[in-house]
Design a protein around this ligand. Structure first.
Ligand SMILES: [Mg+2]
Length: 161
């Protein structure tokens, strides 16, 4: 059960305390895409987000996106943010998190997984040994399975925190 509990929570990625992460030894940030960086399946550029990613890089963090969506869907945002994307990641399976660790050349304990879902981002991230940060979903619209199944289970899990 403890793998379902994030180490930190934030309303939006822009609210994450980067200094605190740095002091904890975190050097790489692994982001979920849908409903964490952009609304679900809406990969349009947004200056607030682009500016924040620029600041993250300036602060010295490495970053990548770990998404269960397909490559062609996420390629545009990778280019736009100048951040590499690992697509089709099959979170919460461990393989994606290990690919992120290899890509950023950092150990799992130097990485923070940032995402809006407990059963993929938090659960997988915790099992793989990453620091985990749960964000609020950006918009209500999402995959029907997420909306009708995962979110209900998330509400049950959160009652036990
Ligand atoms: Mg998501």
């Amino acid at each position: 059960m403890s793998n379902l509990v994030p180490d930190m929570q934030a309303d939006r990625i822009q609210d994450i305390d980067l200094e605190l992460l740095w002091r904890r030894g975190i050097r790489g940030l692994v982001f979920d895409l849908d409903n964490t960086i952009t609304p679900w399946h809406q990969y349009a550029p947004n200056n607030d987000i682009a500016g924040w990613f620029e600041m993250v890089k300036q602060a010295g963090f490495k970053a990548c996106i770990l998404s269960n969506s397909g490559q062609e869907k996420v390629a545009k945002i990778s280019k736009w943010l100048d951040v590499p994307v690992l697509a089709n990641s099959k979170k919460p399976r461990l393989s994606g998190f290990l690919r992120a660790s290899e890509l950023l050349e950092l150990a799992p304990e130097q990485l923070a997984m940032i995402g809006d879902q407990i059963f993929t981002d938090v659960f997988g991230g915790n099992r793989a040994g990453l620091y985990t940060i749960l964000t609020e979903k950006i918009a209500d619209e999402e995959f029907w399975g997420t909306k009708n199944i995962s979110r209900r289970l998330e509400r049950v899990v959160k009652r036990h925190w």
